[in-house]
Design a protein around this ligand. Structure first.
Ligand SMILES: *Cc1c(COP(=O)(O)O)cnc(C)c1O
Length: 345
C-alpha cells in the first residue's frame, strides 16, 4: 500500500512531472528510435539547446546533477588540481565526495562568501594563498546559479568573477541546478549569463524544472569536452534509453515551457515571502531572489510543522528551514503552510 503525500516544499525535486513533458514521453513511446543517443530526438534536443545558447557547444545528457557536476569538474582538473567554491556549494555539502572521487582527488577549496556567493576577493585569496609544490594547484572556479541559498549572481558579479579567474588562469564551471530560476530573475538571455561571461561548462537541470529526471552538461569551451562521452559511459551515465531524456528536454524547450515553469516557481517564492513577512518571531534569512525561501524560527515551531506532516530541510543550522517552490506549487497549499506557521508560532 502506498501513502498519498500532500504537496510539499522540501525541494523542487519533490514536484511532479509536468504534463507536456510526460506527453512527449508518451508520444516518443510510439516510435522505435535508436539507443544510446543515436536517435533523432537527442540530436534535435542538442540543436535546440545550441540555438537557445546562441553558440556552437558540446552537449551531453546525463541522469542527475551530482554526475553532471562531478564529471564536468573531473574534465577540467587533474588529480593534483583544486576547485574553488563556496562552503555551501552542493559539490561540497551534498555530493558524497563525488567531485573528488571522479577527478581522482582534486581538492575543493572553500570560501565563506556572502549569501552563498563567491566574491572576487574570495577567489583571489584562495588562488594566491599558496603557490608552492606542496599544495594542489587551483584550476577551476565553481559557481552555483541560482545559489544554494536562493540568491543570484548578477551579470556584473559574473563579469568580476571572470576577470579574477582570468588573472589566475582558472576555468569556470557553473552548477545550474536552478539555472532557469536565475535566468528568469535576471531577465537575461542564456548566453549573457554563461559563455559571454566566461563560463566554460554549465550543468543545466531539467529535473528541477519539471522533468522526471535528466540534466545536460554543456561545454561552451569545446576543447574541454574531449573524450567526455567516455567519462560519462565509465561513470554509468550513458543512458541506453537516452531518447527519453532528450524527449523531455524537447518538451521543456518548446514554447519556452522551461521559462514558464521557472517563472511560476519564482513567483510562488515571492508570494510566500510576502505572506510571512509580517509574522512576528520569524525572519527571512537570505534575500529571496529565485525560488527558495529560508526562514529562521524557533525549534518549537519547526517541530510542530513537522508533526503536522510538513516536510522541509533544515541543513542550515538550528531553527532554520528551507522552502523551495516549483513549476506546480499551488497558492492554496502555500496558504495552508502560512496558516500553520501562524497557528503554531
Ligand atoms: C539538486 C541540486 C543538484 C543536483 O542534485 P542531484 O540529486 O544529484 O540531481 C546540484 N546542485 C544543486 C545546487 C542542487 O540543488
Amino acid at each position: 500500500m502506498y501513502e498519498k503525500i500532500d504537496e510539499q516544499f522540501a525541494s523542487d525535486n519533490y514536484s511532479q512531472i509536468c504534463p507536456e513533458v510526460l506527453e512527449k514521453i508518451i508520444q516518443l513511446n510510439q516510435d522505435n528510435a535508436q539507443a544510446y543517443g543515436n536517435d533523432y530526438y537527442t540530436k534535435y534536443a542538442a540543436d535546440k539547446l545550441r540555438e537557445l545558447f546562441e553558440t556552437d557547444c558540446e552537449i551531453f545528457f546525463v541522469f542527475n546533477g551530482t554526475a553532471a557536476n562531478s564529471l564536468s569538474l573531473a574534465a577540467l582538473c587533474n588529480s593534483y588540481h583544486s576547485i574553488i567554491c563556496s562552503e555551501v556549494a552542493h559539490i561540497e555539502t551534498d555530493e558524497c565526495g563525488a567531485p573528488e572521487f571522479f577527478s581522482n582527488g582534486s581538492k575543493l577549496l572553500l570560501a565563506e562568501g556572502k549569501d552563498g556567493k563567491l566574491r572576487p576577493e574570495d577567489i583571489e585569496h584562495l588562488a594566491t594563498n599558496r603557490n608552492d609544490i606542496h599544495y594542489p594547484k587551483p584550476k577551476v572556479v565553481s559557481i552555483t546559479q541560482s545559489t544554494e541559498l536562493g540568491t543570484i549572481y548578477t551579470i556584473d558579479e559574473l563579469k568580476a568573477i571572470k576577470k579574477t579567474a582570468n588573472k589566475y588562469n582558472l576555468h569556470i564551471q557553473m552548477d545550474g541546478a536552478r539555472f532557469a530560476n536565475a535566468l528568469i530573475a535576471l531577465n537575461a538571455k542564456p548566453a549573457d549569463i554563461t559563455w559571454k561571461v566566461g563560463v566554460d561548462v554549465l550543468c543545466f537541470s531539467g529535473t528541477k524544472n519539471g522533468m522526471a529526471l535528466g540534466e545536460v552538461v554543456i561545454f561552451f569551451n569545446k576543447d574541454l569536452a574531449e573524450d567526455f562521452a567516455y567519462r560519462c559511459k565509465q561513470a554509468g551515465q550513458l543512458a541506453s534509453k537516452m531518447k527519453f531524456i532528450s524527449a523531455q528536454w524537447i518538451a521543456l524547450l518548446e514554447n519556452d515551457l522551461w521559462k514558464k515553469n521557472a517563472q511560476h516557481a519564482n513567483n510562488m517564492a515571492k508570494y510566500f515571502e510576502k505572506e510571512i513577512a509580517n509574522i512576528n518571531n520569524i525572519t527571512i534569512k537570505f534575500p529571496v531572489e529565485s525560488n527558495s525561501v529560508f526562514i529562521q524560527g524557533s525549534e518549537d515551531l519547526l517541530e510542530k510543522l513537522r508533526d503536522n506532516n510538513w516536510i522541509f530541510y533544515n541543513f542550515i543550522g538550528l531553527g532554520g528551514a528551507r522552502f523551495v517552490f516549483s513549476w506546480n506549487s499551488s497558492k492554496q497549499r502555500i496558504d495552508k503552510l502560512v496558516q500553520d506557521i501562524k497557528r503554531f508560532i
